[in-house]
Ligand binder design. Structure first.
Ligand SMILES: NC(=O)c1ccc[n+]([C@@H]2O[C@H](COP(=O)([O-])OP(=O)(O)OC[C@H]3O[C@@H](n4cnc5c(N)ncnc54)[C@H](OP(=O)(O)O)[C@@H]3O)[C@@H](O)[C@H]2O)c1
Length: 326
């Protein structure tokens, strides 16, 4: 498989569909879901992705409290050919991890997305210290019932994966990974490789940081979700900002936009199956597709790794890019 081949033969769980190496994310920073602000632009981004052969669509119950799932459901319902083409992935998280509650969550997602079957269904967040096996039993039941085709986990530790693997089969792990956040390389990705678990990457652009779009002085509104992200933490941000300036210089010398470098670097990392990027409009979607299709010399990828080695390991390991311990 070459890095810029859009379709792959990767088989995830029982899904008959191939998983594209670039996936469309379904969460959108700074968007007011209640006012459906920017909805037409997001639908145009989805259309641009599909028109360009990107069929891996990712969403979650938690994105806008069901809004993102409903929006994707409407997008698929508007053209009956879309659902057949899309590899549909969603997620749920709950403090109640009983099998019954898990099956209820699967059914609610199917209803919001107007579909009988979800290709890949993840547990979005584990709950530390809890027995996670009942929820895996619920997911395996949903798989046997044909409601889902593959089972994923997200933000799980190796110990948590080992626990649920006692009662079911994990097909995919969705985790945060980028040039500034690489802790999954230490144990989680090697575990996935060893157990043939597909690795789906989020925060590929480090929440837009690796698009080089943020100023030294951050100006998010007080309730913007980005304040909860580790790399924007006031004590870390100046260091992160300076490192992005270094990445920008490297990109300028290499003659490639930083977005291209960030995505291509991930697509070349061991174990990475698919990379998610969210795009709020057609322009961003097309830019990400161009980044995905770009060719990157090995020398540039090596330089990126060397620079990342000097920066990423100085970020404190808080478990995940949100510094959140569920
Ligand atoms: N499993 C999990 O816990 C988890 C966590 C986070 C995300 N995810 C999934 O992964 C997807 C991607 O994650 P993410 O949104 O954190 O990742 P990201 O790709 O690191 O950042 C996305 C942001 O980058 C900016 N962007 C995208 N394309 C761009 C371009 N071509 N040029 C300039 N800026 C660009 C946009 O910022 P602006 O909005 O400011 O334009 C966009 O919101 C999500 O949509 C979601 O499906 C999963």
């Amino acid at each position: 498989m070459t890095s810029n081949q859009i379709q792959t033969t990767v088989q995830i769980g029982q899904s008959a569909k191939p998983l594209t190496r670039l996936g469309m994310g379904g969460s959108f920073y700074g968007l007011d879901h209640n006012q459906q602000q920017g909805e037409a632009d997001i639908l145009a981004a989805m259309q641009a992705a599909l028109d360009n052969g990107i069929t891996h669509f990712d969403t979650a119950t938690g994105y806008g409290d069901g809004y993102s799932e409903r929006l994707l459901g409407r997008f698929m319902a508007a053209d009956s050919t879309r659902r057949d083409r899309i590899f549909l992935a969603s997620k749920f998280a709950s403090d109640d991890m009983s099998a019954a509650k898990t099956i209820e969550a699967v059914d609610a997602s199917r209803s919001r997305m107007q579909t009988d079957m979800i290709d890949l269904y993840y547990v979005h967040w584990p709950r530390t210290g809890k027995d996670l096996r009942p929820l895996m039993e619920g997911l395996e039941t949903a798989r046997q019932q044909g409601k889902i085709q593959a089972i994923g986990v997200s933000n799980f530790s190796v110990a948590q994966m080992e626990q649920i693997a006692e009662v079911g089969h994990i097909d995919a792990h969705q985790l945060g990974y980028n040039l500034l956040w690489r802790y999954a390389e230490q144990d989680i990705i090697p575990y996935c490789v060893q157990h043939q678990i597909a690795v789906v990457v989020y925060s590929a652009l480090a929440h837009g940081i690796l698009a080089g779009k943020y100023a030294r002085q951050l100006e998010f509104v007080p309730d913007d979700q980005r304040w909860s992200i580790l790399l924007f933490r006031p004590d870390l941000w100046p260091q992160v900002y300076d490192s992005v300036e270094d990445f920008k210089s490297l990109a300028a010398n290499a003659g490639h936009p930083l977005v291209h470098l960030a995505l291509q670097w991930l697509l070349h990392q061991v174990g990475v199956t698919s990379v998610l990027v969210s795009a709020k409009d057609e322009k961003q979607a097309l830019a990400n597709i161009a980044a995905f299709k770009s060719e990157m010399p090995a020398s540039v990828l090596n330089e990126l790794t060397a620079l990342s080695d000097r920066i990423a390991w100085q970020i404190p390991n808080e478990g995940n890019p949100f510094g959140y311990h569920p």
